[in-house]
Design a protein around this ligand. Structure first.
Ligand SMILES: [Zn+2]
Length: 127
């Protein structure tokens, strides 16, 4: 059984956690091909593998884990805002910059309402 160190709770048994799969970076803007890579492609290495885990029977926080897929040794855990060292984000172009050369049909959703739109949950205009 794995011993996983939650960044908030400390070392705990594996049964308190759930694996969330490979830790992929979500690009702000991407082409369809880049989105497909983010959604469907996984690196599946034999060695160090950056994953996301959640402490479901503890603090319920998501965090990064770097686990060796051959030995299951966990070499790193950190909160999601601290990227694991030496692990390039999956789904990013090789240049490290988002591509702007091709149009994309997928646009990132914005939490800000567009001009003239009524935000959800706002009261209706007075009659
Ligand atoms: Zn925890």
């Amino acid at each position: 059984m794995l011993q996983i160190t939650c960044p908030w709770c400390g070392p705990r048994e594996e049964i308190e956690f759930r694996n969330g799969g490979e830790g992929v970076a979500i690009p702000a803007q991407a082409t369809d091909a880049e989105w497909a890579r983010v959604l469907y492609y996984r690196s599946n290495p034999a060695g160090a593998y950056a994953e996301r885990w959640v402490h479901v029977h503890g603090c319920r926080q998501w965090f990064h884990v770097v686990r060796d897929t051959l030995t299951h040794e966990i070499t790193h855990t950190s909160p999601l805002d601290v990227p694991p060292p030496g692990t390039p984000p999956v789904g990013q172009p090789s240049t490290g910059q988002p591509s702007t050369g091709q149009p994309s049909t997928l646009q990132p959703t914005s939490l800000q309402p567009s001009t003239g739109a009524t935000p959800l949950g706002s009261p209706p205009a007075a009659l």
